[in-house]
Design a protein around this ligand. Structure first.
Ligand code: ATR
Length: 288
């Protein structure tokens, strides 16, 4: 029998997510399904933590012995100063989304990049030696760009703010062999960038809430391409819809969410994440 939320005992371990707002987080559904499916006696709880309360929250986490937690907006950068150790890539990206509490020491990681690679792999996309087009140059984009950069042939970045795209370009070129090109959102080269890409990834907030969409036309896309969108509200963004219509392979933001959660679960427990159970839980939640 699996452990449900009602089956907590003195041995139940506590995990969670901190953010503000936190009401709409899907992580508890994903992680509690994973704990139940693997028979781990643990619960995963959402905590709404205001920016001004972050330091107190971390003290509370240490005092209560919370075993591990995820970090979401607006704390992914601010949390770093309260950690005892930080994984090298997370440090370079400057953003943490997963913390392990190991005997009172807090270790920070970022699983966004690994989650994206896992999602692409699941869909049959090989990143090795490929041309990748990335929309965005914020925290999530940086994490994804770093994980693509050690495999890909080229990374092309399109971002609203050119200075941020150029900064990411410099950081990638300093550390990796990969070719990096950047343009702004109003550039006439966007069609060429889309055409040259094997894999197109929207890691920006464009498409969220169905508002501003990435400037891609269906006729620029083709069946051999893979299109990943990290936005999951709506699940089928306009970018994914036109990619599907063009015959490309699409990967939605829920896959990405489950896979970055699966990477967190594996860091916390050392066990293989039950990805199918995690997917079921999230699909049930969004269909309610
Ligand atoms: P996250 O941590 O989720 O990556 P972020 O660091 O704030 O969040 O990054 C958001 C990304 O979405 C950025 O690339 C941002 O572009 P800017 O660098 O120009 O800010 C992009 N973005 C957000 N809203 C956008 C909009 N309305 N149009 C175009 N790009 C947008």
């Amino acid at each position: 029998m699996g452990y449900s939320k009602c089956a907590t005992s003195g041995e139940t371990e506590v995990y969670g997510v901190i953010g503000d707002p936190i009401d709409h987080t899907m992580s508890p559904a994903i992680q509690n399904a994973a704990f139940q499916s693997t028979q781990i006696n643990a619960v995963y709880v959402p905590f709404c933590v205001k920016k001004s309360e972050l330091k107190n929250a971390i003290q509370g986490i240490r005092a209560l012995g919370v075993k591990g937690f995820n970090v979401t907006v607006p704390h992914k950068v601010g949390i770093i100063r309260y950690l005892d150790r930080i994984d090298r890539t997370a440090d370079e990206i400057g953003s943490v989304n997963t913390i392990v509490n190991s005997g009172g020491l807090l270790y920070g990681y970022n699983t966004d990049g690994a989650g994206a690679l896992k999602s692409l792999e699941e869909a049959g996309a090989q990143v090795n030696d490929k041309s990748i087009l990335l929309f965005g140059a914020g925290g999530a984009s940086r994490a994804l760009a770093y994980s693509f950069a050690s495999h890909a042939k080229t990374i092309k970045i399109i971002n609203r703010t050119m200075s941020k795209a150029k900064q990411l370009q410099r950081r990638l070129q300093k550390k990796f062999e990969v070719d990096v090109a950047v343009i702004g959102l109003s550039s006439g080269l966007i069609k060429d960038f889309v055409d040259e890409a094997d894999i197109i990834v929207n890691a920006s907030s464009m498409g969220h809430g169905g508002l501003v969409d990435p400037p891609v036309k269906q006729i620029w896309l083709r069946p051999s391409q893979f299109v990943l969108d990290i936005v999951y509200n709506p699940i089928k963004t306009k970018l994914l819809r036109i990619a599907e219509e063009a015959g490309a392979t699409t990967i939605d933001g829920l896959h990405m969410l489950v896979n970055q959660g699966a990477c967190s679960f594996e860091i916390w427990t050392g066990k293989k994440a039950p990805v199918a159970a995690m997917h079921d839980a999230i699909r049930q939640k969004v269909l309610v």
